[in-house]
Design a protein around this ligand. Structure first.
Ligand code: ATP
Length: 228
């Protein structure tokens, strides 16, 4: 279970202070599929960053499989960081344009010193890319040589490379056309089933959330007091 307990986040200071999350609870079960909806500015992305262990809340706590998470980002031990991954809305903003897709997939493994010897890498790349439908030919291309849908698939394979227990998806289909959206959601569902991945789908699209998720939470109802 990945849990946010009375999580509070503010940005800025003085007159510019904005309370993005006023004290919010959310639980994402291992192997569960939870939707998070709410209007623009209600704090969905902020809560996504907190749950992805990238932003430390001002107050409240985050718990990962029963263990309190002490802080966020690079201050956390690698063994905690690898357990939760984030799939961003824009794959172009989230990927290094100088790396071929195959290199993008292997990068997290290199960062965690888990890259196998060179002769074993083609097999590893095949294992990472096949479930998301990327061909070896696409893996040789740079991000500017592929579509948004193909790049988002590479971003998903990259997020799954370290075999996380939880995946936070912040509007992952917003930049994609309808057929790429359906393909990505089908791949996510398959990962949930086959690997017991817990998935939080952040979206402004209530219909999509109702259709795809086992439970849908509205951030306005989670907030203990109105954001402002
Ligand atoms: N880095 C930041 N600095 C200052 N204010 C911020 C920052 N990030 C978000 N905010 C503010 O915090 C509030 C919540 O923003 P957030 O992006 O979490 O909402 P959201 O529900 O994801 O919105 P959207 O659906 O438009 O992406 C908003 O009022 C926003 O303007």
């Amino acid at each position: 279970m990945l849990r946010a307990d009375q999580v509070r986040v503010s940005y800025g200071g003085g007159q510019d202070r904005v309370t993005a999350l006023p004290g919010v609870d959310l639980s994402l079960p291992a192997g569960g599929r939870i939707g998070l909806v709410g209007p623009s500015g209600s704090g969905k992305s902020t809560l996504a960053l907190v749950l992805a262990l990238l932003l430390a809340p001002d107050a409240g706590r985050v718990e990962l499989d029963g263990e309190p998470v002490p802080g966020a980002g690079l201050s956390l031990p690698k063994r905690l960081r690898r357990r939760v991954q984030l799939l961003w809305q824009s794959p172009r903003a989230a990927t290094d344009p100088r790396l071929r897709l195959g290199q993008l997939l292997l990068e997290p493994l290199a960062a965690h010193r888990e890259l196998p010897p060179r002769p074993d890498r083609p097999e590893l790349l095949r294992r990472l890319s096949e479930p998301v439908g990327l061909t070896p030919e696409l893996l040789r291309r740079y991000p500017h040589e592929v579509s948004d849908g193909q790049l988002q698939r590479a971003a998903l394979a990259r997020a799954l490379a370290l075999r996380p227990g939880y995946l936070i998806c912040d509007e992952p289909t917003a930049m994609l056309d309808v057929s790429s959206q359906a393909g990505l959601l089908a791949t996510l569902a398959e990962q949930q089933r086959s690997h017991g991945l817990g998935i939080l789908l952040v979206t402004h699209d209530r219909l999509l959330a109702d259709h795809w998720c086992e439970q849908v939470l509205d951030l306005r109802e989670l907030a203990a007091e109105p954001a402002g």
